[in-house]
Design a protein around this ligand. Structure first.
Ligand code: NAD
Ligand code: IPM
Ligand code: MN
Length: 367
């Protein structure tokens, strides 16, 4: 019996609702395999700041350090509520970025996937979707503007000013590019390099490093695309993309656009991988304060993140596949949560927990 310790950080807003459904799925996997999941819940996020005085309490830090994997729900509050927490302690800056740095999860994989049969979920026309949408965005996660030096103050003219530094060294760039190339090698052997070298020096260095790294992957074709053009291309011709690699901020923005072309951020899971097996898994989206507490959020992103954990952290490739298939079966049977079942769409609307129950049903049927 293999035992894995999993840190469960439910987070804020819809976090606890979608986490509950993910845990249901993990229990089924545990039942029918020779594994034991020791799931330990811990406070993390805005809720933790109010209850513990810290959005990333010391005990949670120790837990994520010793866990075999971490699953995390979204954190954060809406614009007005956020102001109740001092800027540097807000959970994005006070918990999430520090956890990414602590675990050094520099490689963030964000699949953007919609089979042709579910094309009606997407705002794009069928002729644009073609055979379906299937790409993976590979986002650098512990560098760039997010982690550079920051300074605010009053300048010599008496004006408030801000300075934020975008910094990468060549090793950081190399590491994420290797991840992109390796993934491309295992898929269609095409790597879209997303950059802004017509303006940013950071992209000039990025592309120089890319030319070096590319020599190790002669079988992978590199397509260079400026990030602004990539945003348009995602809407007009998403089928041209397979693996896209990019720096932190570009990846943040384009991956939410990925959710947009699928039809909902609720379809966006992710894996955040570091070295020596360090990893955490989270939906790409936020805490959705507008729908929190209503049992209407789509748990696909959370359950999908757990499927990624099964594959990448525990090597349970087949069970991961079964989880994806079970979720696709729920959609194929005509059901979805509110985000994807607009009036007139012909989709039967179900709640968050019923979606989870149906995934479990399909999973059990496929034992
Ligand atoms: P958001 O991603 O929370 O929501 C954007 C829209 O998508 C909303 O209409 C929301 O209802 C919808 N949505 C998101 N996930 C959904 C799901 N699973 N099912 C159905 N609908 C879903 O973005 P926001 O409103 O800009 O941010 C809210 C908070 O989340 C902010 O505090 C932000 O900082 C935080 N945030 C956290 C993370 C994270 O923890 N990784 C990621 C992004 C944003
Ligand atoms: C994401 C989120 C985070 C980011 C925020 C909450 C810090 O938007 O995971 O995409 O910008 O990386
Ligand atoms: Mn984001």
């Amino acid at each position: 019996m293999t035992k894995y310790k999993i840190a469960i950080l439910a987070g804020d807003g819809i976090g606890p609702e979608i986490m509950k459904e993910g845990v249901k799925v993990l229990k089924v996997i545990e039942e029918r395999n020779d594994v034991e999941f020791e799931m330990i819940e811990a406070p993390f996020g805005a809720g933790a700041w109010f209850s513990e005085g810290s959005s990333f309490p010391e005990a949670t830090k120790r837990l994520v350090d010793e866990a075999d994997a971490v699953v995390k729900g979204p954190i954060g509050l809406n614009h007005e509520e956020s102001k109740k927490i001092p800027v540097d302690q807000q959970p994005e800056r006070g918990a999430l970025l520090p956890m990414r740095k602590r675990l050094n999860t520099y490689a963030n994989f964000r699949p953007v996937y919609l089979p042709k049969s579910l094309g009606h979920f997407s705002p794009l026309k069928p002729e644009v979707i073609g055979d379906g949408i299937d790409m993976i965005m590979v986002r650098e996660l512990v560098g760039g503007l997010y982690f550079g030096e920051k300074e605010t103050g009053i300048n010599e003219s008496g004006k408030r000013y801000v300075r934020e530094v975008l910094e990468y060294d060549e090793d950081q760039i190399k590491n994420i590019l290797h991840q992109g190339f390796k993934l491309a090698q295992n898929r269609k052997k095409v790597l879209h390099n997303i950059h802004k070298s017509n303006v940013l020096k950071s992209s000039v260095l990025w592309n120089e490093v890319l030319d070096d790294v590319a020599t190790e992957y002669p079988d992978v074709e590199v397509v260079h695309t400026l990030v602004d053009a990539a945003a348009t291309a995602l809407c007009l011709n998403p089928g041209q993309f397979d693996v896209m690699v990019m720096e932190n901020m570009f990846g943040d923005i384009l991956s939410d656009q990925g959710g947009g072309i699928l039809g909902s951020l609720g379809l966006m899971p992710s894996a955040c991988l570091g070295e020596n097996g360090k990893a955490y898994y989270e939906p790409s989206h936020g805490s959705a304060p507008d729908i929190a507490g209503k049992n209407i959020a789509n748990p696909y992103s959370m359950i999908g993140s757990m499927a990624m954990m099964l594959e990448y952290s525990f090597g349970m490739v087949e069970e991961a596949r079964n989880v994806w298939d079970a979720m696709q079966s729920v959609f194929a049977a005509g059901y979805s949560t509110a985000d994807l079942s607009k009036p007139g769409s012909g989709v039967n609307m179900i709640s968050t927990d019923v979606f989870g129950d149906k995934v479990v049903e399909h999973l059990r049927a496929n034992a």
